[in-house]
Design a protein around this ligand. Structure first.
Ligand SMILES: Nc1ncnc2c1ncn2[C@@H]1O[C@H](COP(=O)(O)OP(=O)(O)OP(=O)(O)O)[C@@H](O)[C@H]1O
Ligand SMILES: [Mg+2]
Length: 238
């Protein structure tokens, strides 16, 4: 267990203009983990993800990937280093077909990994195969979320970062996405998932970090979080 964390953020301060949004945020994701970053609306989940991705560069603190410092790099270099980010608004290419979106996302991983082909994507995301020639902009929200995840996996990332994948989706679709994420975890994909919806994460993550008002207030296994009524009530109850 001496392997370096896939991602380690320490002591991040992030500002938007003059207002400080993150205060000394730290979190660490080990290879194979599904880490849930939980917190209420406005707690700082998206900002933490953007800080890791270099989209909201931290004024203080650092982010390392397998021991190598990546904070300070440009976002496209951070992405190329092996971080695959699906933002809240999903950002598929709306004018392109599903399959073209996947092919656009295709690249080798940071160490030349080449695990994800169209064939493998359609095995893991069987709902996408019959949609392959559809225009992405006409897909439902759930289909677009699956496509965004699949397209990002085509880049063979060492870490998949998902910002609120369940947001705005019907419960049955949320369930589908949860099952997909469980499957990704079972095949060894390392995932950091930001969610307001704790229940969505309880069945699929193995670790949890809770953020409140821009500060990390709790970090433990998902089992411990399930047992900790106080933390759930205080920071995660709606
Ligand atoms: N571009 C911005 N400029 C100024 N303040 C911002 C900006 N984006 C977010 N904020 C503020 O930063 C804080 C954290 O926002 P963030 O989007 O990180 O929260 P979140 O946990 O992702 O919330 P949500 O569950 O709504 O997605 C909030 O108070 C928000 O109003
Ligand atoms: Mg957010």
């Amino acid at each position: 267990m001496s392997e370096q964390p896939t991602i380690e953020a320490s002591d991040l301060d992030v500002y938007y203009g003059t207002s400080q949004i993150l205060f000394g945020v730290g979190l660490s994701v080990q290879k194979g983990d599904t880490m849930a970053l939980l917190g209420r609306n406005g707690a700082g989940k998206s900002t933490t993800m953007k800080a890791i991705m270099g989209l909201a560069p931290p004024r203080r603190g650092s982010v390392s990937m397998r021991g190598r410092v990546i904070s300070g790099l440009k976002p496209h270099h951070i992405a190329r280093a092996g971080l695959g980010f699906v933002p809240e608004d999903r950002q598929v290419f709306p004018e392109h077909t599903v399959e073209d979106n996947l092919l656009i996302g295709r690249k080798k991983g940071p160490d030349g990994e080449d695990e994800w082909s169209l064939k493998r994507i359609y095995e893991v995301f069987p709902l996408l195969e019959p949609l392959r020639y559809r225009i992405a902009g006409r897909l439902s929200g759930g289909e677009q979320q699956m496509l965004a995840m699949a397209r990002t996996l085509m880049g063979n990332p060492a870490l998949l970062l998902l910002d609120e994948p369940s947001e705005g989706l019907a419960p049955i679709i949320v369930q589908r996405i949860a099952e997909l994420l469980q499957q990704l975890r079972s095949i060894g994909v390392t995932i950091l998932i930001a969610e307001q919806n704790m229940h969505f994460c309880l069945g699929l993550a193995n670790r949890a970090t809770v953020i409140d008002k821009g500060q990390i207030v709790y970090s433990a296994s998902i089992e411990e979080l399930k047992r900790n009524d106080e933390v759930r009530q205080r920071y995660l109850a709606l």
